[in-house]
Design a protein. Structure first.
Lengths: 292, 618
């Protein structure tokens, strides 16, 4: 039972990081219908910024976090403006390939600058593990779950209640109509990328606190998993990303504990496939049917 | 020697010349092992890219797990040659076929559930399957687990003691398999099957309504792509001699996808060019190893920014012409010149019994909302009937019920005495109901002629295999429908526009073409959904004439939805009026015009009363 609970908590930990990254995918997809393959590499940029500012520049942990967020936002917005914006009217697959190109570019540039070897991430939090009900839970886990949950609630409120959030939802339904209502679609899209990337920056920081190794390709796997999480929950839907992230994380850590470490990916993809077959739009996605 | 034969000779010489030149270079050692190995990789990549282009380019479905198929073919083929105590000259071809078939089976198995999904969801599910294949291979014992398979017979070593000779044999095998596969994809792509597949990409709903069994064709395209990928895998296994599941990960699938898009989706020659460039480019840049991938990715981004449709778009290089010519020569040489026959007889005996189409208490509920209920419509032979009603009355819903786009929740649709409700749209189309759409749904990038040919699909019989070898059955049927399709265009005075892509036709022409396409499926009942929408009065007048011509020339019953009352009153012999999903009136145009209930439905209670008072006053 303890093993099970421990794995459940581990799953929540990883899951909430997936969820944070998944939000970036889901928001961008919701508004520009683009699978932003470079999003995982934004995570990598955040992680490198954090490690460089912390270790080489001797900044404090909060300052490094802030730097990571800023770097992610900067890159995210830049990529959107330079690489994606010109392709908004092209076939969607062109922007998909561009995203793949951007991802490769970021990874290889990082490889050139930082080398292939991974850098250790220093311990920034020296807090003893918490104990309750006979379980030992690391403080990082608690922090990660709480921070992610709080961010998601804030984001949900922002999108539902604020003016900018309404603009996002309107633009995701129909650019042209949104424009006719006086919404600046370009700004709205940029804002969407900025928010998604800021979350990736925070996610990066939480991720390297749990897995303290920073390398040029570190973003690919969590990126892919987070993307799967977004689809699992229902892409384009914010609570869906959260749910998908948790389901992924928990499924993954339970498989690793009870079935096999190497099979955990297969199980995760298996769940994804089953969910999509039963409910083609993800767990809480809504169906939009083409009108005849 | 005419121009045509000259071109054939030139092309044949080019292909054989390339083959001979490279073979000699390998035999003499001018092309060393390293270079000839790259060449083999290019050829295998061409197969992978071209086959992925069948799903992604021709069918228009994004697939992200193509490397998974390659893995299945590679492992099947390698395990076969490793375990069979057979001469390699026999076991290799057998293993390739086996690898292809096994992969095709997997493709079908995965395709059946996966193809129910669309767009990005299909992409994700193929990604998932691709990864599962990789992980499963990594965890099975007979595939060598994580360590993979080693000591698979190398083609460069197997055929002869002489390394160069063996290398040349390898090149021969891979080159001609590649050429054969490319040729098959070409011939298939230009057959009725290819048109069916492309029509799904262009507009799936219209394809279904034109009589294309879309699910079956999606599956066919998917299976064919898997089959070829399996063969490529088998070749790859015997090129490298070691296999490892990691070779076939997500990144590999992405690599092939990049090539398809860069070459141009739907352009097979584009895939060939992109494979050549993208495989050799990193090799050329090997000198600056550090910057190699950075340059590569920058080129990729630039390419997409400045040529989003890829190198060739959907166009083809002259290879296409070459193959057509080659088979022309084939038929000339072997005197297999097919007789031009007209394989199509009118399918229906004259249906004198009345009515041709009839509905009984037809209805559908979406959740609790009854969008249509108790619809009773009768259509006699050669009759033009109008279906009118205010916006949102449920007119298009009735069309969707008649054509099986929506399955009715109650009632029956009886077409020439047989119940058709509950059938799929394409079956109903074949049974004899064709339609047009309110918002035009043409296969935009296909030519006007091809749009019509798609509708002839259900009346053609030749198989995918005869399409690939272009046998006499295929050729005679194709020739037959070419004539028929042009005849049909001539009736609508559009024969000059036969080769124009449907999407670039003017609006009025597009409407006409859609009607033309509907007629090509040889319907007994034609449903027109707002044919005059967006037309000016003179165009509408012309349309009225066209509709009358259609009725007399094609002997169909026509049911039309229209808001233009001049058109409705001018040509409809009877009219049904729909409001809130029910038929509120039915009769001759004159009766409908003066029916108070109809006036109320259109103008509202108050206004209708005023009108009535006004009418009494005068």
């Amino acid at each position: 039972m303890n093993l099970f609970l421990n794995q459940l908590i581990n799953g929540l930990h990883v899951g909430s990081i997936y969820a944070l990254i998944a939000l970036g995918y889901t928001m961008v997809y919701g508004i520009v219908k683009l699978i932003n393959f470079a999003h995982g590499d934004i995570l990598m940029i955040g992680a490198y910024t954090a490690v460089v500012t912390l270790v080489s520049l001797n900044w404090s942990a909060p300052a490094a976090l802030l730097a990571a967020i800023l770097a992610c936002v900067l890159f995210g917005v830049l990529i959107e403006r330079v690489a994606y914006k010109p392709l908004r009217k092209s076939p969607r697959i062109s922007s998909l390939i561009t995203a793949i190109g951007v991802s490769m570019l970021l990874q290889n540039t990082a490889l050139l600058i930082f080398g292939a070897q991974s850098r250790p991430f220093p311990t920034v939090l020296h807090v003893a593990p918490l104990r309750f009900l006979g379980l030992q839970v690391s403080f990082i886990t608690v922090l990660t779950v709480l921070v992610s949950a709080a961010l998601m609630i804030i984001l949900q409120v922002f999108v539902k209640a604020s003016k900018a959030g309404k603009a996002m939802r309107a633009a995701s339904e129909d650019y042209n109509t949104a424009q006719l209502m006086g919404i600046n679609v370009n700004t709205t899209i940029t804002l969407t990328f900025a928010i998604g990337c800021a979350l990736a920056g925070i996610g990066a920081y939480l991720y390297v606190m749990a897995y303290p190794a920073v390398s040029p390709t570190m973003g690919s796997l969590p990126g892919l998993k987070a993307f799967i999480a977004a689809v699992l929950g229902g892409i384009g839907v914010i609570p869906g990303a959260m749910l998908g992230g948790f389901v992924m994380g928990i499924a993954e850590s339970l498989t690793k504990a009870y079935i096999s470490t190497t099979m955990s990916d297969a199980v995760v993809y298996g769940i994804l496939i089953l969910v999509l077959l039963v409910k083609p739009t993800g767990l809480i996605g809504s169906l939009s049917r083409e009108k005849v | 020697m005419n121009k045509k034969t000259k071109a054939i000779t030139l092309n044949t010489l080019a292909i054989l010349g390339f083959y001979t030149l490279v073979s000699i270079m390998i035999l003499t050692g001018t092309l060393n092992n390293y270079l000839s190995n790259i060449l083999i990789t290019v050829l295998i990549t061409i197969i992978m890219t071209a086959s992925l282009n069948v799903t992604t380019g021709l069918l228009g479905q994004l697939a992200l797990g193509h490397a998974g198929f390659m893995a299945i073919g590679a492992y099947t083929s390698a395990l076969f040659t490793k375990s069979m105590a057979m001469d390699f000259g026999w076991s290799l071809p057998l293993s390739l076929v086996l690898g292809g078939i096994t992969t095709a089976l997997f493709g079908m198995l995965i395709g059946i559930p996966a193809l129910r999904l669309q767009g990005d969801y299909l992409a994700i599910i193929t990604l998932g399957f691709g990864e599962i294949i990789r992980v499963v291979i990594e965890n099975l014992s007979f595939t060598g687990g994580a360590a993979g398979l080693t000591r698979i017979t190398r083609m460069t070593r197997a055929f002869s003691e002489d390394r160069a000779l063996s290398s040349a044999i390898q090149f021969t095998i891979v080159f001609f398999i590649t050429a054969l596969i490319i040729a098959s994809i070409f011939t298939l792509g230009r057959s009725r099957h290819g048109r069916a597949i492309i029509s799904i990409r262009e507009n799936a709903i219209a394809a279904e309504a034109t009589g294309i069994p879309t699910t079956r064709y999606k599956l066919l395209a998917f299976t064919i792509a898997a089959f070829f990928a399996g063969i490529a895998g088998g070749l790859f296994a015997h090129q490298t001699s070691i296999l490892n599941a990691k070779m076939f990960g997500f990144n590999k699938s992405i690599e092939y996808l990049v090539m398809v898009v860069l070459g141009g989706m739907g352009s097979i020659t584009g895939s060939v060019v992109a494979s050549v460039v993208l495989v050799s480019l990193p090799e050329l840049l090997r000198g600056m190893a550090e910057y190699r991938l950075i340059i590569y990715s920058l080129l990729l981004i630039m390419m997409m920014l400045f040529r989003p449709a890829g190198l060739l778009g959907t166009r083809e290089f002259s290879m296409l012409a070459f193959w057509e010519r080659l088979e022309a020569v084939w038929h000339r040489v072997f005197r297999r010149e097919a007789k031009t026959q007209m394989p199509f007889q009118p399918r229906y005996d004259v249906w004198d019994e009345k009515p041709v189409l009839q509905t009984h208490q037809l209805g559908i509920a979406f959740g609790g909302l009854k969008a249509a209920e108790k619809i009773n419509i009768e259509l006699m032979n050669d009759e033009i009937v109008g279906l009118i009603g205010p916006n949102g009355a449920g007119k298009t819903t009735v069309f969707n019920l008649l054509t099986g786009v929506y399955a009715p929740t109650e009632g029956q649709v009886i077409l020439m005495g047989k119940q058709v409700q509950g059938k799929q749209t394409h079956q109903i189309t074949v049974d004899g109901i064709a339609r047009t759409f309110q918002n035009i749904r043409l296969f935009k990038s296909m030519s006007a002629l091809d749009n019509i040919k798609v509708a002839f699909h259900s009346r053609m019989r030749y198989s995918p295999l005869s399409a690939i070898i272009r046998d006499s059955k295929c050729l005679s049927e194709e020739r037959g429908i070419d004539i028929r399709a042009r005849e049909l265009l001539r009736v609508f005075e559009m024969e000059a526009l036969a080769d124009v892509p449907a999407g670039s036709l003017p609006y009025g022409m597009q409407r006409k073409l859609e009607i033309c396409r509907a007629l090509a499926s040889n319907p007994k009942v034609l449903l027109l959904d707002e044919p005059a929408a967006g037309m000016n009065p003179s165009e509408t007048a012309e349309l009225m004439e066209t509709i009358k011509t259609i009725r007399s020339q094609f002997s169909v019953a026509i049911l039309l939805i229209e808001h233009d009352m001049r058109l409705v009153m001018g040509i409809c012999e009877r009219i049904y009026v729909l409001n809130y999903g029910r038929i509120i009136a039915h009769g001759l145009p004159e009766e409908i015009r003066n029916n108070p209930e109809v006036i109320t439905a259109y103008l509202g209670q108050e206004q209708a009363q005023k009108e009535a008072e006004h009418a009494q006053g005068t």
